[in-house]
Design a protein around this ligand. Structure first.
Ligand SMILES: Cc1cc2nc3c(=O)[nH]c(=O)nc-3n(C[C@H](O)[C@H](O)[C@H](O)COP(=O)(O)OP(=O)(O)OC[C@H]3O[C@@H](n4cnc5c(N)ncnc54)[C@H](O)[C@@H]3O)c2cc1C
Length: 530
């Protein structure tokens, strides 16, 4: 006989774990089933590369977790989570010894930009003041289910007070243009564009501006914090809280089917043949594997199935981890060293690189997002060493037309990965001569390795589907869902980053799914069907 719980959550990523916590707080019995042997989804750490070094296997910096009520309301600090900050938040070296640097102190950031171009300091502070007026309600609006009535009601007057339509226009402007409009020197524009590059927007597209401003201003207001001890500590705090409320997490349990009976999701089956009955199923699963995969298309609304034919993944990813025997010898290494370092020569170069990726070309000058983790949190490796990573985007497997560097086939096999990792490393070496001499060990993960470690990272897509405007907000993941967690199959809720508001560790998709399940249960009870 199969076991019955109020809710089964499929997948123990941050969204699944937040969903489970919200349901437990509402008094539900909850079972979380995770396919991997380790909980956390893309929020995990390991010591595989070197026993003395902690590496975050996937994500590393958590400004969104700090800003999102879905996570802050869980008070994870009471469950063992502690945060650390690097001396400076973020930097982009120009190569000539100068840097664009973002400090948690906005006056210090502004002073650096002012020194590079008169007027840029005041432009930075002006952007910060606008953010002070609209930031909280904008973040709330973006993380609420659609329509975001309450947050919208707060946001509209805030926008009116902070420039009205001029501010709305600026947020709708592509990030490359925002940078040009606001700043005369290269620093401010590079900081904005680099932060937009954390998602997969072409820098000349609408949507890139609001995302670039959002990430940059979060960097300025909450920093880019990291969990002490590694990303796994954030996951562990979510699991500790969940267990303290009676929730259960079982690893090594891949769900292969959502059971549908009488037009309703009523449970799940696992690869091991276990069955679980549930009042609701919350899927922390990428939309393309859930709809038509775990749930056969005949059980889903026709409009959703049609919409999924146009569902677009975000690009693939190559991530390299290094164990370094010393601090990185950056040219012009700043006194306050940033935790996050973007490697790009200019906004124009970034624009070209991201356009290459979206047109199936492997970039010859990849834009690198890198993390100096021991600089951010001294517990990650022995004193005087650095636990370091860099990742960059590449075309999805099977989508490569050519390599702009003429060495990579696009198969992303071992040889491709090593050649491409050398190309990434050469970009760092150019900014930090002597880098290669410090490498004690290196691990390269490409699209296939990432997906093998987390089935949601299909072809190395890290955001559960493209973040571009045509698949965001009310269009996410498909227009049939209208930016909500309810899937149209009663009892089934989409809780992953494929749901609005998309990728990033903010837990909002999980919290929205949990609330939708609670709401649906109440409505059903009122109708006498539960
Ligand atoms: C390399 C990389 C770097 C990133 N950097 C950052 C960063 O610095 N900051 C940030 O905020 N975000 C970052 N992100 C994005 C962020 O990690 C993700 O958006 C976030 O983890 C999504 O959470 P999720 O719970 O929706 O899914 P995931 O974290 O992907 O978790 C999904 C879980 O579900 C499990 N699962 C899937 N299918 C099944 C099934 N059928 N049965 C059972 N279990 C299943 C998977 O094994 C996985 O554990 C990064 C992502 C990657 C890959």
């Amino acid at each position: 006989m199969s076991r019955r719980v109020d809710a089964v959550v499929v997948g123990a990523g941050p969204n699944g774990l937040v969903a489970a916590n919200v349901l437990l707080d509402a008094g539900w019995s909850v079972l979380v089933l995770e396919a991997q042997q380790t909980v956390g989804g893309a929020v995990r750490s390991d010591r595989e590369l070197h026993p003395d070094f902690v590496h975050d296997t996937f994500s590393a910096f958590y400004p969104l977790a700090h800003a999102s009520r879905a996570i802050t309301s869980l008070r994870l600090e009471d469950h063992g989570l502690a945060w650390e900050h690097a001396p400076a938040v973020l930097g982009n070296p120009f190569g000539d010894g100068q840097w664009a640097l973002l400090h948690r102190d906005r006056d210090r950031t502004a002073a650096g930009l002012e020194a590079q171009h008169p007027g840029d300091g005041e432009a930075w502070l002006d952007l910060c003041r606008t953010w002070d007026r609209i930031g909280d309600s904008l973040v709330d609006g973006l993380t609420s289910p659609f329509p975001p009535v309450r947050a919208g009601a707060r946001l509209l007057p805030a926008l009116a007070r902070s420039g009205g339509l001029d501010t709305v226009r600026r947020l709708a402007t592509p990030v490359a243009s925002v940078g040009r409009e606001l700043f005369g020197g290269p620093g401010g524009a590079l900081l904005l564009a680099g932060n937009a590059g954390h998602a997969d927007f072409p820098l000349s597209s609408p949507g890139s501006g609001v995302f670039g401003v959002l990430m940059t201003m979060l960097a300025q207001t909450v920093g880019f914090p990291v969990p002490r001890g590694g990303a796994q500590s954030l996951t562990d705090a979510l699991v500790t809280r969940l267990r303290s409320r009676g929730g259960e997490v079982v690893t090594g349990q891949e769900v292969t089917r959502v059971v549908v009976r009488g037009g309703r999701a009523v449970g799940v089956q696992t690869r091991d043949g276990e069955s679980y009955d549930a009042g609701a199923v919350l899927a922390d699963v990428i939309a393309s594997r859930l709809f038509g995969g775990l749930v056969p298309a005949e059980h889903l609304p026709a409009r959703l199935v049609r919409g999924m034919r146009d569902f677009e993944l975000d690009p693939g990813t190559v991530k390299v981890d290094w164990a370094l025997s010393g601090p990185i010898p950056w040219t012009g290494r700043p006194d306050a060293v940033p935790g996050t370092v973007h490697v790009a020569d200019s906004v124009e170069e970034m624009t070209e690189t991201l356009a290459q990726v979206s047109s199936g070309v492997v970039p010859d000058r990849p834009f690198l997002l890198t993390g100096q983790m021991t600089t951010s949190d001294p517990s990650r490796s022995p004193a005087g060493t650095e636990s370091f990573w860099a990742y960059t985007h590449v075309p999805q497997p099977g989508m490569t037309r050519r390599d702009a560097g003429e060495e990579v086939t696009g198969r992303w096999d071992h040889d491709d990965l090593e050649r491409f990792a050398d190309r990434m490393q050469a970009r760092i070496e150019a900014r930090a001569p002597g880098f290669g001499d410090l490498v004690a060990a290196r691990r390269v993960m490409g699209p296939h390795e990432l997906e093998a470690r987390n089935a949601n990272l299909v072809g190395g897509a890290i955001n559960g589907g493209t973040s571009q405007l045509h698949q965001e907000l009310v269009f996410r993941p498909v227009p049939a869902m209208r930016g909500r967690a309810a899937t149209g199959l009663p009892g089934l809720f989409l809780a992953s980053s494929s749901a609005h508001p998309g990728g990033g560790v903010h837990g909002a998709a999980g919290a929205n799914a949990a609330r939708a399940a609670i709401w649906a249960h109440r409505t059903r009870r009122l109708r006498g069907r539960a």
